[in-house]
Design a protein around this ligand. Sequence first.
Ligand SMILES: [Zn+2]
Length: 130
Amino acid sequence: MKATDKQYEKAVKLYEDGGATAVYDYAKDIGIDEWSICFACETDTPDCKDGSCLVCGSVKTKQLTYWVSIQTGDSPAYNLIAKTKKECLQILRSNDWGPGYAAPVKRTVEYEDAFDLLDKATQVGANLRC
Ligand SMILES: [Zn+2]
């Protein structure tokens, strides 16, 4: 269960008096059992229904890490991507992709939800294959 807007308002007051620990205790008392990483707090914190952090109120983002092998002689559209370095190397070795592919490099993209990730992947000039 995630916190409601009303519970967030109470958490703000608890934070002012007792800091993050007071909010953690409150979350446990009211049964907030969905916690995830908050990059602003640098730790797992209770989630609110609107996707924000119950402690600091910032929108929680997720991270997707992937690997890219850049095709140096052509469009970034031909760059290879994979979930892991091992998988990226396997793709490079298993296909006749031709010369000009650089060693895989690690990339990370932060996003708020599936739509935000789709938007970042498809918006003009923001090709995640680069
Ligand atoms: Zn936070």
